[in-house]
Design a protein around this ligand. Structure first.
Ligand code: PHE
Length: 339
C-alpha cells in the first residue's frame, strides 16, 4: 500500500514537472488532489484498515499530498515567470519614443476677425445680436424702406425660397428685429452670413459675411457715427486711420455714406491696392431713415440712430493678402491650414 502511494506521488510529480501552462496545472490539481484523486480515495479508506496500519498509511498519504501541493505551487511560479519574461520580449513599448501630435483644429480666419470685431464693440457697450439667415420680405426689404416696386431691390440679387421667404441679402434685416424687440436707447452689432444670387469670381461670392451696427439714442449725429467707425477701424488695423465720407445711397439711411479709409499701404500716395487713388472704400453707413425707425416702432422725433454694414471678407483678404474670396467657402485644407 505504501509503495503504491509513493508510485502515485512519483507519477504526479513527473506530470507536474512537464506541465507547460496554468491551465494544465489546474487540470493536474484536480486530478491529483481533487475529490476523486487516488490519494483522497486512500485517505478516505483509512478507517477500514486494521488499526495498526492506520497511522503509517495516513502519514504516508498526507506526506504525498503535501509533496504534490508543493510541486504544483513551485511549477505555477515557474510557469508564470517564464510567461512574463517571454512577454517582455514580444510585447513592449518604447516609453522614450516621441509622442504623436494629435491633429488640432483652429478657427476659420473669418471667425477670428468676427470675434475681434465683437470684442471691440463690446468694449464700446454694444450688444451682440443674431438674426435668422432665412428671412421674410418684410425684414429684409419692406421695413428697410424698400417697398416691392423699389428699384433698390434690384441691387440685391436674391435667393427666393419656394415658401416666399428668402435668404437674407444683408444683415440690415437684424436692425428691424432689434427695433421690434428693444426700447431705446440701445446699441448693438449683428455679425453673420448673407447671401446674394450672383455669379462668383475672385471678388464675388454668393455667401459672405457682414457685421451690421445700429445705435439708437437721443441726439445721434454723423459725428457719433464717425467716432465709432474710427474706433472700430483703428482697433482692427491696430493704428490710427484717416477716414472720409462720400455720399452713398441706401434707402434705409438718410444721409447715407460710403466710408473710405486712407490707404494703409501707401499712406495716400497711390498704389496698386488703392488703385492709385489713395483711399480704400470700406463700409457703407448713415443715419437711420425716419421711415425705418417708424416701421420699427420708434418715434423718429424723439430718437435718432446711425447704422453701418461692414463686409468682413474683404478685411480678412486685406489682412492676409488673400487674392480670391472663393477660398473662404471651399473647405480646402491646404488653404485653411495656413492660418
Ligand atoms: N445693408 C447694406 C448692404 O448690404 C449696407 C448698409 C448697412 C448700408 C447699413 C448702410 C447702413 O449693401
Amino acid at each position: 500500500m505504501i509503495e503504491q502511494i509513493s508510485a502515485r506521488q512519483d507519477e504526479a510529480l513527473q506530470a507536474i514537472g512537464n506541465a507547460g501552462d496554468a491551465t494544465a496545472l489546474e487540470g493536474l490539481r484536480v486530478q491529483w488532489l481533487g475529490r476523486k484523486s487516488p490519494l483522497t480515495q486512500i485517505l478516505r479508506g483509512i478507517g477500514e484498515l486494521p488499526p495498526e496500519q492506520r497511522g503509517p498509511m495516513g502519514q504516508a498519504a498526507n506526506l504525498a499530498k503535501a509533496a504534490i501541493e508543493a510541486a504544483l505551487e513551485a511549477r505555477t511560479v515557474a510557469v508564470s515567470s517564464a510567461r512574463y519574461s517571454q512577454l517582455a520580449d514580444t510585447e513592449w513599448i518604447d516609453v522614450t519614443a516621441p509622442g504623436q501630435k494629435p491633429a488640432e483644429g483652429h478657427l476659420h480666419p473669418i471667425t477670428t476677425i468676427q470675434y475681434e470685431i465683437e470684442d471691440l464693440f463690446r468694449g464700446m457697450g454694444f450688444s451682440i445680436w443674431r438674426g435668422p439667415q432665412v428671412e421674410d420680405e418684410f425684414h429684409n426689404f419692406t421695413a428697410l424702406n424698400i417697398p416691392a416696386d423699389h428699384p433698390a431691390r434690384d441691387m440685391h440679387d436674391t435667393f427666393w425660397l419656394k415658401d416666399g421667404n428668402l435668404l437674407r441679402t444683408h444683415t440690415s434685416a437684424v436692425q428691424i428685429r432689434a427695433m421690434e424687440r428693444l426700447t431705446p436707447p440701445f446699441r448693438g452689432i449683428a455679425p453673420g452670413r448673407v447671401f446674394r444670387h450672383e455669379a462668383t469670381d475672385a471678388s464675388h461670392e454668393n455667401t459672405f459675411y457682414q457685421v451690421e451696427g445700429l445705435m439708437v439714442d437721443r441726439h445721434i449725429s454723423v459725428a457719433d457715427l464717425i467716432g465709432v467707425m474710427k474706433q472700430l477701424l483703428s482697433g482692427i488695423f491696430k493704428r490710427d486711420v484717416t477716414v472720409r465720407l462720400r455720399p452713398g445711397f441706401f434707402p434705409f439711411v438718410e444721409p447715407g455714406f460710403e466710408l473710405d479709409i486712407r490707404c494703409l499701404i501707401c499712406g495716400g500716395e497711390g498704389c496698386s491696392v488703392c488703385k492709385q487713388v489713395g483711399w480704400v472704400e470700406l463700409l457703407p453707413c448713415g443715419l437711420v431713415h425716419p421711415n425705418v425707425l417708424r416701421l420699427g416702432g420708434i418715434d423718429p422725433d424723439e430718437w435718432q440712430g446711425f447704422a453701418f454694414g461692414l463686409g468682413f471678407d474683404r478685411l480678412v483678404m486685406m489682412r492676409y493678402g488673400i487674392h480670391d474670396i472663393r477660398y473662404f467657402q471651399a473647405g480646402d485644407l491646404r488653404f485653411l491650414e495656413q492660418f
